[in-house]
Design a protein around this ligand. Structure first.
Ligand code: 6PG
Length: 241
């Protein structure tokens, strides 16, 4: 049975998911462990990060024992505001100290031949890392990270990180973890807000294999944080109120 947390609004979702994320990170650091968190881009995720930043002080989280990774990136210059890593780091780094050696944004387009070279570089950096928690947004078309339905990015691949070209969501050039890498995560947490996501969310929760979100799952747990608008198409009996 899917674990779904439903909130009245996007703002409530962002606060609720941030609180649960912080508690889960603190729990995973128990006994001195290093926690690996994979971040996503997207509007609702940035709202979650804004809340998270404000909650860290006094929470017991040790930012020095947290490795931050990214699920996908728009292949743009470092200072382009449309990159996923920039706004996220601006929201988090201002609120608590992040160890640069443990912060792993995907490479930018500066000084790199192409996104295939960047994908290979990131694959090396990632190695066989297993994420404790992997956050994912959801596209209206059922995409996660930069893996799109009916698109070569959704083809089976032996690669941990892929270059994505002609993406249906701009910008067209991207880098993404492959579905196999996402599914290596212990926990996958979906963040989904807005009526335009309702159909994709319904299909994703039901495990529709024709969309990436129908297949992205954690090895231990998959959690859905949704607002009322996004949840409009979910059968009520699947919701935890
Ligand atoms: C990106 C994202 C993408 C995003 C979803 C949801 O680079 O665009 O990583 O996968 O998470 O499209 O984004 P929103 O929450 O903004 O709708």
């Amino acid at each position: 049975m899917a674990e779904i947390h439903r909130y009245g609004s996007a703002a409530e979702l962002a606060e609720g998911a941030a609180r649960m994320l912080l508690a889960a990170l603190v729990a995973r650091q128990d006994g001195g462990a290093i926690v690996h968190l994979c971040l996503t881009g997207g509007r609702i995720a940035n709202k979650v990060y804004a809340h998270l930043g404000g909650l860290v002080e006094g929470s017991g989280l040790d930012p020095g024992r947290m490795e931050l990774w990214w699920g996908d990136e728009r292949f743009l210059p470092t200072d382009d505001p449309d990159r996923n890593a920039g706004p996220t780091l601006a929201l988090l780094a201002g609120r608590f100290p992040l160890d640069p050696a443990r912060t792993h944004p995907m490479p930018s387009a500066d000084g790199v031949a192409d996104n295939a070279a960047s994908a290979a570089t990131y694959a090396k950096e990632l190695g066989d890392t297993t994420f404790d928690i992997c956050l994912l947004g959801l596209g209206e078309d059922g995409h996660v990270a930069s893996i799109f339905p009916d698109h070569p990015s959704f083809d089976p691949t032996p690669h941990a990180v892929i270059a994505v070209n002609d993406a249906p969501k701009p910008p067209s050039e991207r880098i993404s973890l492959s579905l196999g890498t996402l599914c290596r995560s212990r926990e996958v947490w979906f963040l989904v807000s807005g009526a335009e996501k309702a159909d994709a969310l319904r299909r994703a929760v039901l495990g529709d294999p024709t969309i990436p979100a129908g297949l992205a799952r954690g090895t231990e747990r998959t959690v859905w944080f949704v607002d009322l608008d996004a949840a409009a198409g979910l059968p009520y009996y699947r919701c935890i109120f």
